[in-house]
Design a protein around this ligand. Sequence first.
Ligand SMILES: *[C@@H]1O[C@H](CO)[C@@H](O)[C@H](O)[C@H]1NC(C)=O
Ligand SMILES: *[C@@H]1O[C@H](CO)[C@@H](O)[C@H](O)[C@H]1NC(C)=O
Ligand SMILES: *[C@@H]1O[C@H](CO)[C@@H](O)[C@H](O)[C@H]1NC(C)=O
Ligand SMILES: *[C@@H]1O[C@H](CO)[C@@H](O)[C@H](O)[C@H]1NC(C)=O
Ligand SMILES: *[C@@H]1O[C@H](CO)[C@@H](O)[C@H](O)[C@H]1NC(C)=O
Length: 416
Amino acid sequence: MGKERSEKERGGGEHNKRNLFVSCVVMNSCAAELKLLLTALLVICSVATLFQILPPRFTISASDLRFCISRISTSNTSIASLNSTPTSTPTMPPSPSPPSIRKDQVADNGVIKRVFNPYGSAAYNFITMGAYRGGLNTFAIIGLASKPLHVYSKPAYQCEWVPQSSSASNSTFSTVSYKMLPDWGYGHVYTVVVVNCTFSEAVNSENSGGKLFLEASTSGGGDRDFNITDRFEVLNESPGDINTTLFSSKPKYDYLYCGSSLYGGLSPQRVREWIAYHVRLFGKRSHFVIHDAGGVHEEVLEVLKPWMELGYVTLQDIKEQERFDGYYHNQFMVVNDCLHRYKFMAKWMFFFDVDEYIHVPQKNTIKSVLDSLSDYTQFTIEQMPMNNKLCLSADYGRYYRYNYAYSLFFFFLFFF
Ligand SMILES: *[C@@H]1O[C@H](CO)[C@@H](O)[C@H](O)[C@H]1NC(C)=O
Ligand SMILES: *[C@@H]1O[C@H](CO)[C@@H](O)[C@H](O)[C@H]1NC(C)=O
Ligand SMILES: *[C@@H]1O[C@H](CO)[C@@H](O)[C@H](O)[C@H]1NC(C)=O
Ligand SMILES: *[C@@H]1O[C@H](CO)[C@@H](O)[C@H](O)[C@H]1NC(C)=O
Ligand SMILES: *[C@@H]1O[C@H](CO)[C@@H](O)[C@H](O)[C@H]1NC(C)=O
């Protein structure tokens, strides 16, 4: 899942330091236990398309490509499992304690007691992206939180369910079973957090509505004298909202693709090839969730539109997350959100990038390969770089219409 590259957004303006690898994860959303397997599926870390798709400021050296080859993805990024209720969450700035200006004092014994006056607050305690029900008594909350707080301290999370009707006025508390930090430590100011709230009993079992609140406590991480707790609503269920058959019925799709953040000057031609190729590969019972972090400019949108109209593509505008420092346009938050949001809609979910192509070896179909893996809940895909000798350099960095047949030609040349 996700492509990692260190470039100028990291390392204080350095953009000659670059590495690239690609990893792909596929999850079977039916079971809860995660196992791992390398399979015969291939993802092509395609150099040709990389050249076309990436913004012009990227160049790729031979050493970058080696990364691509050697890094067979085993990124069993811990991701929790979840469901599908969009949430409206007002992101309130945390209120820092008002500064009380104090002055140095000279004690009777002549010792000068220095004082330290804190002002403001440099990072939000929590920034929500989504909260989703994962069953009768469990929820996942996906967002960003202050990174130093998580790395050097022990912030605590607690969830509270508040029923809508005042007659059922007893609210249930849960201790958070766990939180996960899935972004490999690459964020600077913020890190991605997935909070798992599991209650001891079913919540909203009468389906009469209610709200889920998250209480995020700093536990003295920012100031040892204070354990500041922010309490905010993360999910609001109206009466009749829950349909529990969702958790047990046959999912709507066989395959659902969760794309990581798209950014930069994407080539519409390459996106067109990519989506056409994969719709054909995955078939009618498939769906593609694309996340636009600025990469879906007008021409790319034009390419995606027909697929959106046919019901194959859902496009999500996630440009606002750019306000908050994060690794690669917060891709780890984005894909975790996608996982929990759409988990119950598909049998299998795929996480790979738009410069990667899934190839199924001859005599197999995507269905036969996945059927053979039905006992597993997760597997990764071996990847092969495309030979850069195949790159069509003539239109590198350019957008104009060019022969579609050319690029299809790439896909079929290099497979064994
Ligand atoms: C990946 O999974 C393996 C085997 O299940 C485990 O030993 C390893 O710690 C996991 N790595 C991460 C980063 O979760
Ligand atoms: C929370 O964690 C529990 C235990 O691992 C798991 O069964 C449950 O599905 C998780 N909830 C969500 C919403 O992912
Ligand atoms: C909440 O109310 C239900 C019935 O309305 C009751 O059975 C349950 O014990 C109450 N829970 C708490 C924690 O008070
Ligand atoms: C801070 O407050 C939260 C919520 O009340 C609590 O769970 C946590 O243990 C407290 N942390 C410390 C260090 O006291
Ligand atoms: C619940 O969802 C199922 C399909 O998932 C649908 O057939 C059923 O009509 C829904 N029930 C209600 C009450 O909306």
